[in-house]
Design a protein around this ligand. Structure first.
Ligand SMILES: [Fe+2]
Ligand SMILES: [Fe+2]
Length: 238
């Protein structure tokens, strides 16, 4: 069977989806947590249910952002490349409803040990499948949608999506976003993120820069200062 060659996006051009590095690490972390839950222990079930709600919020808000903003660029260009991806987003409702109902069954029957064990295992399997499917979904967004976006849009057009977000975010929210994402980024992801902020909201970047230097290494700070042309002497302690 002939294998299909993957189309890779041009990493030197404007790239969406860097945040996928954070998302996949977050989903992986939850898979590890679910794996060790004792579903006959009500306290552990309550804790994993809270975390499951956080996973759901993140997955839904990420998909909503893509549908409303990134896919709109493709709709504007009369491209249909996003339709398969968007239909996978719509599947999230049923998938999360099913997983939530398994947790609810466990909560409704705390003294039925075998049921708690069984439904807990089913929850783990369903989540692990969702996690695996999502990794492929992210791969398709970056190897199907991103090359298509780069083909039909100018970088200036691609920038408008993140620029709209940076306009709304306060400097504190912007910094919170960087603190969340940076542990999963390499140097070039950090540089690209900060350059896109600088182009869209230079004053906000100036405001958060003294805090940004605290979440990067000294070497990265020096490289970023040069790339962002920040010359004012913000010294990093240590
Ligand atoms: Fe997506
Ligand atoms: Fe995505």
């Amino acid at each position: 069977m002939a294998s299909k060659m993957t189309t890779y996006p041009d990493v030197t051009r404007y790239c969406f989806y860097r945040v996928h590095k954070f998302l996949s690490a977050f989903l992986a972390g939850f898979e590890q947590k679910v794996a060790v839950v004792d579903f006959t222990n009500a306290e552990e079930v309550a804790k994993i249910t809270d975390e499951f709600c956080n996973v759901k919020d993140l997955v839904f808000s990420h998909a909503h952002f893509e549908d409303q903003n990134i896919h709109q660029l493709l709709r504007d260009k009369k491209s249909h490349a996003h339709e398969m991806i968007e239909s996978e987003h719509h599947d999230h409702d049923a998938i999360f409803e099913n997983m939530a109902s398994l947790l609810q069954e466990i909560k409704n029957n705390p003294s039925d040990i075998n049921l708690c064990k069984q439904k807990g295992y089913e929850f783990y399997l369903e989540y692990r499948k969702f996690y695996g499917d999502t990794l492929l979904h992210l791969h398709n967004e970056e190897t199907i949608l991103l090359p298509e976006l780069q083909r039909v849009c100018l970088d200036e057009e691609l920038r408008t999506v993140d620029a709209a977000t940076y306009k709304i975010l306060t400097p504190e929210q912007m910094l919170g976003m960087l603190k969340t994402a940076f542990p999963n980024f390499n140097y070039w992801d950090k540089e690209a993120f900060l350059i896109s902020i600088k182009l869209a909201q230079p004053d906000k970047l100036t405001e958060i820069w003294p805090e940004v230097v605290k979440i990067v290494s000294i070497e990265e700070m020096n490289r970023l200062s040069a790339a962002l042309e920040i010359h004012e002497g913000v010294k990093k302690a240590g």
